[in-house]
Ligand binder design. Structure first.
Ligand code: ZN
Ligand code: ZN
Length: 410
């Protein structure tokens, strides 16, 4: 892979993604295989004025060994020092970059119960940290680069080197690093997202009705005061950052008890190293009352049963079928990319920032406003080329939001 492109990518992540500020601490969570890129990020961060770059190395093969061989009781424990690690840096105003590059098949021989228990223990311990991120108290950014295992899953017929090369190319395209000036390309892209946002935020809908030939037939109520967001976000201090690179979505939150009908997945979901595929969820008054899956049913069921809030939705996001990542035709087996190729929903916690004044509301106030809370937030994809979305505005007007998988709004 081309070092000029790599340098451009690192600069983009530091300037546009996390938008590092003078004297700010930066925490980089990176798989060991991605160390050269993490170091490049660190160099760019110091160049841009970072006070300290803290490396948080992850090794998924060590995690796998632990999942397969450690005594059972360990999977409900989360180390205090790690909790302290995230929280102490968060309280100091650090920015957090995560490199998401896991092997989609990593944990396929692992008992799914262990995976869910570890996730639960981690989400419980990191509740305050997660709430800070989901309310944009700190800047954060999730980005990706290829790893061999991941590339091989995406391009199974290619040689390992070809697969890596192809995944690099696909990622560079998705994050617009293949353009002459990626920072400018992101500004233009944000402007485009803003057009859909402006429409949705002026024609406020109280209900969205999703329908397609896969079998999705789902009504989703939106709470009064919901906000559609997309593109760059802002911290409480007004610092602009991009939480996901790439990002093609505009999103808001559903009314917790206002979801009814059936949704059928349109892409497999990689949940912590296990694939869930060909699944559907049935909702009654917001609650998931039934779920089915061709693959990964046990994991899906355990995910839904994580806590009370994981029985409800926390996000509604719109992505046109005709958009760059979707048009690439590549199934990434990585939610960062697949969710940005498809309309999606999330099981679990809603982003308080999607409600007027939500970032400043207490847990009780949020619950009262119909904002779901959970230890999990897991996106899954439902968009297809024949997806229709009808909206009903607060004034009772019916408007077509999506037709044949794309925005129908003027
Ligand atoms: Zn989303
Ligand atoms: Zn999400």
């Amino acid at each position: 892979m081309n070092t000029v492109m790599l340098e451009k990518y690192a600069e983009l992540v530091i300037k546009t993604g996390i938008n590092i500020q003078q004297n700010q601490i930066l925490v980089i969570s990176s798989p060991l295989e991605c160390a050269p890129f993490a170091r490049l990020l660190a160099e760019n961060a110091y160049k841009a004025g970072a006070r300290e770059v803290v490396m948080n190395w992850k090794d998924e093969l060590s995690s796998k060994i632990k999942f397969l061989q450690a005594p059972d009781e360990i999977f409900d424990e989360f180390p205090d020092w790690q909790k302290e690690f995230y929280l102490s840096y968060a309280r100091k105003g650090a920015g957090f970059i995560s490199i998401a590059a896991s092997d989609p098949e990593l944990l396929k021989e692992v008992n799914p119960e262990r995976v869910v228990r570890v996730q639960k223990a981690s989400n419980t311990a990191l509740k305050e940290y997660r709430e800070r991120m989901m309310s944009n108290k700190n800047a954060w950014s999730v980005v990706s680069i290829p790893t061999e295992a991941w590339a091989q899953k995406v391009f199974p017929d290619a040689t390992p080197e070809e697969a890596m090369e192809k995944l690099w190319t696909a990622i560079f395209e998705a994050v617009r690093v293949d353009t002459p000036d990626p920072v400018a390309a992101w500004k233009a892209h944000s402007q485009q997202l803003k057009q859909s946002l402006d429409y949705l935020n002026t024609h406020k809908c109280k209900l969205l009705h999703f329908k397609n030939s896969l079998g999705t037939d789902l009504e989703v109520e939106l709470p009064a005061g919901h906000l559609w967001l997309g593109g760059p976000e802002h911290t409480a201090e007004g610092i602009e950052f991009v939480a996901n690179m790439p990002t093609e979505e505009v999103f808001t939150l559903p009314q917790k008890s206002g979801v009814n009908g059936v949704v059928v997945s349109s892409k497999p979901l990689n949940y912590n190293g296990t694939l869930i595929d060909g699944f559907s969820l049935t909702f009654k008054e917001g609650r998931i009352v039934d779920c089915k899956a061709d693959q990964g049913y046990e994991v899906l069921k355990k995910l839904v049963e994580t806590d009370e809030g994981s029985h409800y939705l926390g996000e509604v996001a719109l992505v046109p079928y005709n958009s760059p990542i979707s048009n690439s035709g590549i199934l990434f087996y990585n939610t960062l990319f697949d969710e940005n190729a498809s309309c999606h929903l999330a099981i679990g916690k809603a982003y308080p920032i999607c409600l007027e004044n939500g970032a400043d509301m207490s847990g009780e106030e949020l619950a009262q406003a119909g904002v779901n809370d959970s230890m999990v937030h897991v996106d899954f994809m439902l968009g297809t080329d024949d997806l229709e979305i009808m909206g009903e505005t607060i004034t009772g007007e019916r408007i077509q939001i999506f037709k044949n998988g794309n925005f129908a709004i003027a």
